[in-house]
Design a protein around this ligand. Structure first.
Ligand SMILES: Cc1cc2nc3c(=O)[nH]c(=O)nc-3n(C[C@H](O)[C@H](O)[C@H](O)COP(=O)(O)O)c2cc1C
Length: 406
């Protein structure tokens, strides 16, 4: 999965220290680059024993800063210049040694010196043997960093390179990317509660056959992630999708429309915003069998029963919630979206045409138009679903403030 705009126009300085997980930092550089960041890598001497600076130079498309005495920054003092330009400083993997240096304010190599000069947000991803991690010295040092406002990630649990098993693995690069974006995103949804639905539903006729649609859940997940990055307390209700749970939110996995309706009913009260991006089946087979129907060609008609209209119910009792729906249409986008918005009492509907390449179901990009009950629609340029998510949230927040819900 790629997040093409999560760090657009941001400068990420990545410190790589001498742990066995240093090779994973190469992939992290790629993720940062794919997310739109300008990446500068700083390496310790020990890190160079594990991965050659050329790897990071090639992947970041920038020189690696690894020598305070021989840098080529044209008359500038490299660590001060880098510190001033950083939007965030990430150290991954962070060794016990470097963590101890940061906690004690030492400045005897390029990375620790830079650390003292950086005023931007800082994140460390510890990676070491379990006993080194649990050692009171390391724990005390990590607590000092957390108290000073560093984002200190919990290490992953699993097999460690030393043969031991337990806490100590470098967190997955995808998690580091996500937490980096969260760290530098303005918290304009701080204290707000947001409910997001995502993905398709499955309506079974027997244990192996169901009615569904190609929704991948990417738009809903992008919305949930973006809301969490902006400080909201997020509940995500999702149908069956091939994605891991986003970090730091309540995730409820459901299968059918009836289950989705029940989950939404349970959590919809007192939400500041609801984004209903799930593609819910309008109908389900009237009767589902417990056993597989043998030779289904004998069935000539399939009787259907209507599913509850979740969005309509939300619109009926929405109170002080900004309610945003989604419409996927194959034609007459404006007309169909407007009808749906009115019928379901929405504050905004995000419409997109499906069936075109690189937009809609399954794609990483989307071309959408936002419709409102009382103002003209605005069409957004084609962009990544992450960036559509932020644009949609911006608009929902404007509505929220206009309505005086703040
Ligand atoms: C094979 C090998 C693997 C190591 N892996 C780790 C590790 O995963 N985490 C860690 O904190 N130290 C690890 N060390 C120890 C560090 O390399 C050592 O403490 C070094 O001084 C760290 O320097 P730095 O923090 O300046 O990069 C390892 C050492 C060796 C020889």
């Amino acid at each position: 999965m790629i997040f093409p705009s999560m760090l657009q126009n941001k400068r990420v300085v990545l410190g790589v220290t001498g742990g066995i997980a240093a090779y994973k930092a190469a992939y992290l550089v790629r993720l940062f680059k794919q997310a739109g960041a300008d990446v500068r890598v700083v390496m310790t001497r020990a890190a160079e024993r594990f991965v050659c600076p050329l790897t990071f130079e090639a992947l970041s498309e920038n020189p690696v800063y690894n020598d305070m005495w021989q840098d080529n920054s044209q008359g500038k003092i490299a660590h001060i210049a880098l510190a001033k330009e950083a939007d965030v400083l990430v150290v991954a993997p962070a060794t016990a040694n470097s963590i101890a240096k940061f906690a004690n304010g030492m400045a005897d190599d390029p990375l620790s010196t830079l650390m003292l000069a950086v005023t931007a947000p800082k994140l460390v991803a510890p990676s070491m043997n379990i006993n080194m991690y649990e050692n009171p010295a390391t724990q005390a040092n990590l607590q000092i960093l957390a108290k000073r406002g560093f984002c200190v990630l919990a290490p992953g649990i699993g097999f460690l390179a030393c043969g031991d098993e337990g806490k100590g693995r470098m967190p997955d690069p995808e998690i580091i990317l996500d937490r980096t974006a969260a760290l530098i995103t303005e918290k304009d949804l701080g204290g707000k509660r947001v409910l997001v639905t995502a993905g398709p539903t499955r309506e079974y006729m027997d244990p192996v056959r169901f009615i569904s649609n190609p929704s991948s859940g990417k738009m809903g997940f992008a919305l949930a992630r973006a809301c969490e990055h902006r400080g909201a307390c997020v509940t995500l209700v999702t149908g069956p999708v091939e994605m891991d749970d986003p970090i730091n939110m309540r995730v409820i996995r459901v299968t059918t429309a009836l289950e989705m309706a029940a989950a939404v009913n349970e959590y919809a009260a007192n939400q500041d915003m609801v984004f209903k991006a799930a593609a819910v089946s309008d109908y389900r087979p009237a009767a589902a069998t417990d056993q597989k129907i043998k030779d289904s060609r004998q069935i000539e008609t399939l009787e259907l029963a209507a599913n509850p209209d979740i969005l309509f119910e939300l619109g009926r009792k929405k109170g002080n919630t900004v309610l945003v729906g989604f419409a996927a249409e194959t034609q007459k986008l404006e007309e169909h979206s407007a009808q749906k918005m009115q019928k379901k009492n929405l504050d905004m509907i995000v419409g997109n045409i499906v069936g075109v390449s690189d937009s809609g179901f399954g794609a990483d990009f989307n071309t959408v138009t936002c419709f409102y009950p009382d103002t003209p629609p605005d069409r957004l340029a084609s962009q990544s679903k992450d960036s559509v998510a932020h644009a949609v949230i911006d608009r929902a927040l404007t509505i929220y403030r206009k309505k005086g819900y703040e």
